[in-house]
Design a protein around this ligand. Structure first.
Ligand code: FAD
Length: 472
């Protein structure tokens, strides 16, 4: 695709639309807008200009201008994405939603919050908590913005009981690539009127439209929460316990599995302590209930199941402080190994296949001599696997030579992707396809399926100006 460059005339028009202070061309400042949190350095590309519109009308005018002049536009939230989704591969305009950060209405009658799409999750969580409300999904990085989490259909650990972001989006306002604005859904729970464009935009990774507002469902606060950390001798026993926990008439909101090495590194990073160092694999289970006694009785039931699967001990955190520390360590696992991570995968498999999947990954790890730390959402089958350019030795990571990890990279990743697909899985459970998983779409979907995806893109964006180079 041949796009036009952003020339002085376009820049001037962008300044008129968004205000001079909201149009960035300074090379130093553009560095921040050239990447997301995906670890590989080569997934970096500079925009020609960054614009920060202040409302949907400005977004619409920017898109109209870009569409008329064939200039690519890449929407951007907080750039916490792990698939290169907001990287402007063809240059052009990065459209940052950071100025659209107002919560518009907290509607307690309808249990919804209407918000602009540039609101970071941490602000959203805080403001609704002050109003006695709660938002169940919890994608790990709270700086992610509402528009970004909708555009990626983010998940997080609490999906076991409450589902992913999609389950909580009641309505959105979207600016189409031609600059027209449409509304999808609203404050209502049920809506069967025609094809659901709302659901099409959720998870569309900024390729079909720019989400400018959202109506998000919220719930009353959780009454009582208990967190369990359960060490096992090995990953097999830990993962095998999960289906039985799910059958035990207790539905935890999160069941995470973690291996010990990343925990040790994260403890060091945060200077905080995980409850135990026993065994080699741990389950972290979060249970909520209507009161403390019920939560504790649920915890006991879950503990019994774990003991049946040879749990070495069961640690129960029943105070907010202890729970917060455990969650914080879990949320920072990525940060503790990021500098040595070459590739991060988030394959989802059916929950009954997790043990087989993880065991096979460890076989691949042994065969190729590459450290593949693996952790994730055991309760919903979403497994995060890191390809490392370092080895874990005595509590720290020792860098490998490039010749030791580089030649095996593509083969190992291909093997893991194939394994996930053979087990009935998806190439991405929550991070999205973005730029980096595009090459695996052909492994996952038939030519017919891909052709329908392309046709849909063409209907919304016939000139292919919106986030080109992503998904398909
Ligand atoms: C430490 C860490 C932990 C994480 N944990 C989780 C987790 O538990 N679960 C999970 O799902 N993800 C997780 N992520 C990934 C990431 O936080 C999510 O993908 C998040 O949804 C991205 O939001 P963002 O605002 O940063 O979007 P960005 O990274 O800025 O963009 C992501 C995609 O959305 C598009 N986009 C952004 N805003 C809009 C908009 N307003 N309209 C249209 N398109 C838009 C972009 O073009 C891009 O394609 C984690 C990341 C990190 C670094």
């Amino acid at each position: 695709m041949k796009y036009n460059k952003v020339d002085n005339e376009i820049l001037e028009r962008l300044r008129i639309i968004c205000g001079t202070e909201n149009v960035i061309t300074d090379k130093e400042k553009l560095i921040d807008y050239s990447h997301d949190e995906y670890p590989r350095q080569e997934i970096k590309s500079y925009p020609e200009v960054v614009v920060k519109p202040r409302n949907e009308q400005e977004v619409a005018e920017v898109l109209k201008l870009a569409n008329e002049n064939l200039i690519p536009v890449t929407p951007r939230g907080a750039a916490t994405g792990l698939a290169g989704g907001c990287v402007p591969v063809y240059g052009g305009i990065v459209l940052s939603l950071e100025n659209m950060n107002r919560i518009i209405e907290i509607d307690k009658q309808n249990f919804v919050v209407v918000t602009e799409s540039g609101v970071p999750l941490m602000k959203f969580f805080k403001e609704i908590e002050q109003q006695g409300l709660f938002f169940p999904p919890h994608p790990g990085d709270e700086s992610a913005m509402i528009g970004g989490v909708i555009a990626t259909n983010a998940g997080g650990s609490r999906a076991v009981k409450y589902g992913v972001i999609r389950n909580f989006v009641r309505g959105i306002e979207v600016v189409l690539p031609n600059g027209n604005i449409i509304q999808c859904g609203g404050k209502l729970i049920k809506n069967s009127a025609g094809y659901s464009l709302l659901n099409l935009f959720i998870g569309s990774e900024g390729t079909l439209g720019v989400i400018t507002k959202a109506t998000i469902a919220v719930v009353p606060p959780l009454a009582s929460v208990v967190t369990l950390v359960v060490p096992f001798e090995n990953i097999d026993s830990a993962i095998n316990a999960v289906p039985e926990i799910l059958r035990s008439n207790v539905l935890p909101m999160a069941i995470e599995f973690v291996e010990l090495e990343p925990i040790i590194l994260t403890e060091k990073l945060l200077n905080k302590s995980w409850p135990t160092k026993q065994g080699s694999a741990h389950l972290m289970i979060i249970i909520d209930a209507q009161d403390k006694d019920t939560a504790l009785s649920f915890a006991e039931k879950v503990a019994e199941v774990c003991e049946k699967y040879n749990a070495m001990e069961v640690f129960i955190a029943d105070t907010t402080d202890k729970q917060q520390t455990i969650l914080e360590i879990r949320s920072h696992l990525y940060e503790s190994i990021k500098n040595f991570t070459v590739e991060i995968l988030d394959i989802a498999v059916p929950i009954a296949k997790i043990a087989e999947f993880v065991n096979n990954i460890h076989e691949i790890e042994k065969k190729y001599g590459i450290w593949l730390p693996t952790y994730g959402h055991a309760g919903d089958g979403n497994v995060h696997i890191h390809y490392m350019k370092g080895k874990f030795v005595n509590g720290e990571i020792i860098q490998l030579k490039e010749s030791e990890w580089q030649p095996k990279l593509e083969e190992v990743i291909d093997k893991i992707i194939d394994l996930g697909l053979q087990l009935g899985g998806s190439i991405t459970g929550e991070h999205g396809v973005g730029l980096v998983k595009k090459k695996y779409m052909g492994k996952m979907y038939s030519a017919e399926y891909l052709s329908l995806l392309k046709s849909i893109k063409n209907v919304f964006d016939p000139k292919n100006i919106l986030n080109p180079g992503k998904i398909i």
